[in-house]
Ligand binder design. Structure first.
Ligand code: 2HA
Ligand code: ZN
Length: 274
């Protein structure tokens, strides 16, 4: 067996959580990541016959039966993952009946996966239908995105249009736009179902007065999505007190979309009917 502490997926979780903490996206125990792993790769590091504990998932995750995830722990701080991955992370396999997570490694202090696991697993199910190569769900609390949810109308066409209008990269990076949920109690199956419903159409879902969810094939993709939304929200919030002279117009967004060959949410723009 190879050394699990040198596994690329453990290193990726360490690096990513450290970067997110450094950017201020994950205060205290804020944020969580789940990353669906390749079984053959995990098999080089762990013995699948050794199940350390069984932990109820809290809902029926049968659609993911047998799938293996590395997941941040509940109550754990992103700033500590790099120093002690075996306590702050866990590797789980969804049981055949979908009701349990079989712990294969980690949560060394008796801990368990993030309280947001239902939102994560339901989002994985939704994203895998939209993109079979999806692997990662990431949640965090970036400052300007969060601030924007206090002052902006929280409707997805309006939020997406504002973010696209702030800077050129926005529509290029998230041409599919952002989904929006109203404030809801977190950690519940209800917010999980609502998030997953949005994930059918969006890789990004903003939770009003809470944070953001991102989905993608790789850490770079998801991190980059959230980073770009946060940067656009920062432009919006930094310029909010001033008399704004311009933002990118609908016609200019169309020109960008054509230049980059984007499949984008045309219904989020107000263009004259052709
Ligand atoms: O894990 O961010 O939404 C802490 C949270 C809950
Ligand atoms: Zn949160």
């Amino acid at each position: 067996m190879k050394n699990i502490f040198e596994a690329p997926f453990v290193r990726e979780m360490e690096r990513t959580t450290a970067n997110m903490y450094r950017l201020g996206w994950d205060e205290r125990n804020g944020g969580n990541i789940s990353y669906m792993l390749d079984e053959a790769l995990v098999g080089k590091y762990l013995d699948f016959n050794t199940v350390l504990r069984r932990i109820p998932t809290g809902f029926d995750a049968k659609e993911l039966a047998g799938k293996i995830f590395i997941v941040t722990g509940t109550g754990k701080y992103f700033k500590n993952v790099d120093d002690d991955p075996e306590t702050n992370l866990g590797i789980i396999r969804i049981s055949e009946n979908g009701l349990d997570a079989e712990l294969l490694w980690g949560y060394k202090d008796g801990g368990r996966f993030t309280s947001e696991l239902p939102s994560h697993l339901m989002s994985h199910i939704a994203r895998l239908k939209a993109d079979p190569k999806n692997r990662i769900i990431m949640h965090c609390h970036p400052d300007y995105t969060l601030a924007m949810t206090q002052v902006h109308e929280m409707e997805e066409k309006a939020v997406t249009r504002t973010l696209w209008g702030q800077m050129t990269e926005s529509i290029v990076v998230f041409p599919d736009g952002v989904g929006v949920l109203p404030w809801m109690v977190c950690g519940t199956n209800e917010i999980g179902r609502a998030t997953a419903e949005k994930m059918k159409d969006f890789r990004l879902v903003i939770w009003t007065l809470h944070g953001i969810y991102g989905a993608g094939r790789s850490m770079d993709e998801v991190f980059g999505l959230i980073e770009t939304v946060e940067k656009a929200a920062k432009q919006y919030m930094l310029t909010l007190p001033y008399d704004k002279k311009q933002c990118i117009s609908d016609e200019e967004l169309v020109a960008l979309a054509e230049q980059f060959g984007l499949t984008y949410r045309k219904d989020f723009l107000d263009l004259p009917q052709a």
